[in-house]
Design a protein around this ligand. Structure first.
Ligand code: NAD
Length: 358
C-alpha cells in the first residue's frame, strides 16, 4: 500500500512563448503592486528593461549587483535598495542567482516575489533560499521566499549559451531522477519528475543542434519547471548529498559532477527501486536507463569520469564518512561506506556501472 505525505506548494504559473512580453503587466496588476523593485544581473538587465517598459512608471528601483550564490553583502545591498524604494513587489528577471537575490529580500521583508526565470535552474518554484558568507553557503527553507507568480517565457532563454543550457538542464534531470526516492517522495512528485525527464531530454538534444529554435527551448523550460517543482516537494536524496560534499570539498564543477555521478547512483539504487526505474525507462524510451543517462551526458560533452574533473583517487576515502552521515536513511539501497566507495570509485574511473566488476 502506498503511503506518503504531500505538502503542496502554492504559486501561480504563466507559461508560453512571448508571455513575459504580453502578460507581465497584468501579473504585476494582479499582485496589486505600485512600487516594484526589479532585480536583474548585468547580462539580464537589458531583458528586464524591455519587459518593464509598459509599467516603467511603477519601477521604483532596479538592482543589478547580482553575484553567484548570493553573497550576504549583496543580500544586504538588495534589502537596502528595497527599503529605500519603499517597494511592494520584488520582480526578478534572470537565472538562479537573480532569483536567489530576490528570495534574500523576501526572507527578511516578507515582500512578494514575481519571478521571470531566464535559465533552467528551477529555483523560482522552491521555498529554498541560499546565501554565502566568506565562501560558506547556508541554505534554508521558508515559504516567504517562494515566488507568488512565475512567468516562464522560452523566448527569454534563447540567448542562454548552449554550455550553460546543458549545465542547468542536466542539473534538472538529476532533480527529477532523485525525486523518485528523495525523503519526501510522493506520487505527485513522481508524476512531475517522469514528465520532467521526458521534456528535459527532448529539450537538451534539440537545443544543442538548434540553440535558438523555440521547440527545444520550450521543452527545456517546461522540463525545468517540472524538475524544480518535483525537487521542491520531494527534497534531495543520496545523489545530491554526494555532489554537495564533493563540490564543497574539492571545488568540482557543479553540473558536470552531477552528470557523471547520477548514472552510478541510479545503478546503486536500481535493484531496490524497480518502480522508479520503470518510470525513468518510460520517460527515456529505453530500458537500459543507466547506459542511456551516460550516453546523454557524453553526447552533451560531459567528461566521462570524476578523474577528468581533477579528483584524486585518494580523495574518495576522505569524504565517505561525511556522506554516509547525511545520506537519507530510507535510500532504496542502504548507504554504507563500502557501497559508497563502490559508487565513487566507479564514477572516478568512469567504469560502466552495468558492466562486469573490474
Ligand atoms: P546563474 O543565475 O548564475 O546564471 C548563469 C549566467 O547566465 C549568469 O552570468 C547570467 O547573467 C547568465 N544568464 C542568465 N540568463 C541568461 C540569458 N537568458 N541569456 C544569456 N545569459 C543569461 O546560474 P543558474 O544556473 O541559473 O543558477 C544557479 C544558482 O541557482 C546557484 O546559486 C544555485 O545554488 C541556485 N539554485 C537554487 C535553487 C533553489 O531552490 N534555491 C534551485 C536551483 C538552483
Amino acid at each position: 500500500m502506498t503511503m506518503f505525505t504531500y505538502d503542496g506548494l502554492p504559486g501561480r504559473v504563466v507559461f508560453g512563448a512571448g508571455v513575459a512580453r504580453e502578460r507581465l503587466l497584468g501579473e504585476v496588476d494582479l499582485l496589486g503592486a505600485r512600487r516594484v523593485l526589479v532585480i536583474a544581473g548585468d547580462t539580464e538587465s537589458e531583458i528586464a528593461t524591455r519587459l518593464c517598459a509598459p509599467f516603467a512608471d511603477r519601477v521604483a528601483a532596479t538592482f543589478t549587483q547580482v553575484r553567484p550564490h548570493v553573497p550576504v553583502e549583496v543580500a544586504e545591498l538588495a534589502r537596502k535598495a528595497s527599503s529605500e524604494a519603499d517597494a511592494d513587489l520584488v520582480l526578478s528577471v534572470g537565472g538562479g542567482s537573480t532569483t536567489g537575490t530576490a528570495k534574500a529580500v523576501a526572507l527578511t521583508t516578507g515582500l512578494p516575489v514575481l519571478a521571470v526565470p531566464t535559465t533552467y535552474a528551477g529555483s523560482e518554484v522552491t521555498p529554498v533560499w541560499g546565501m554565502t558568507d566568506r565562501g560558506r553557503k547556508t541554505t534554508g527553507t521558508d515559504r516567504r521566499v517562494l515566488p507568488k507568480t512565475v512567468v516562464y517565457d522560452a523566448e527569454l532563454t534563447v540567448t542562454l549559451p548552449v554550455d550553460l543550457s546543458v549545465a542547468s538542464g542536466l542539473n534538472a534531470v538529476a532533480h527529477c531522477v532523485e525525486a523518485f526516492w528523495a525523503p519526501r517522495r510522493s506520487p505527485v512528485a513522481s508524476a512531475m519528475a517522469e514528465d520532467g525527464i521526458r521534456h528535459l531530454v527532448a529539450g537538451l538534444t534539440t537545443v544543442t543542434g538548434d540553440p535558438t529554435g523555440p521547440v527545444g527551448r520550450g521543452e527545456l523550460l517546461l522540463g525545468a519547471y517540472l524538475a524544480g517543482s518535483a525537487f521542491a516537494v520531494a527534497g534531495s536524496g543520496l545523489h545530491h548529498k554526494i555532489c554537495h560534499v564533493l563540490g564543497g570539498a574539492f571545488d568540482l564543477p557543479h553540473a558536470q559532477t552531477h552528470a557523471i555521478v547520477l548514472p552510478h547512483v541510479l545503478a546503486y539504487n536500481a535493484p531496490h527501486a524497480t518502480e522508479a526505474c520503470a518510470r525513468i525507462a518510460r520517460a527515456l524510451g529505453r530500458t537500459d536507463i543507466v547506459t542511456a543517462l551516460r550516453e546523454l551526458g557524453a553526447g552533451l560533452g560531459v567528461p566521462p569520469d570524476l578523474r577528468a574533473l581533477g579528483l584524486n583517487e585518494s580523495d574518495i576515502d576522505t569524504v565517505l564518512a561525511e556522506i554516509v552521515a547525511i545520506a537519507p536513511p530510507d535510500n532504496p539501497t542502504p548507504v554504507t561506506e563500502e557501497g559508497l566507495r563502490t559508487i565513487l570509485h566507479a564514477a572516478w574511473a568512469g567504469t560502466d556501472p552495468m558492466g562486469p566488476t573490474p
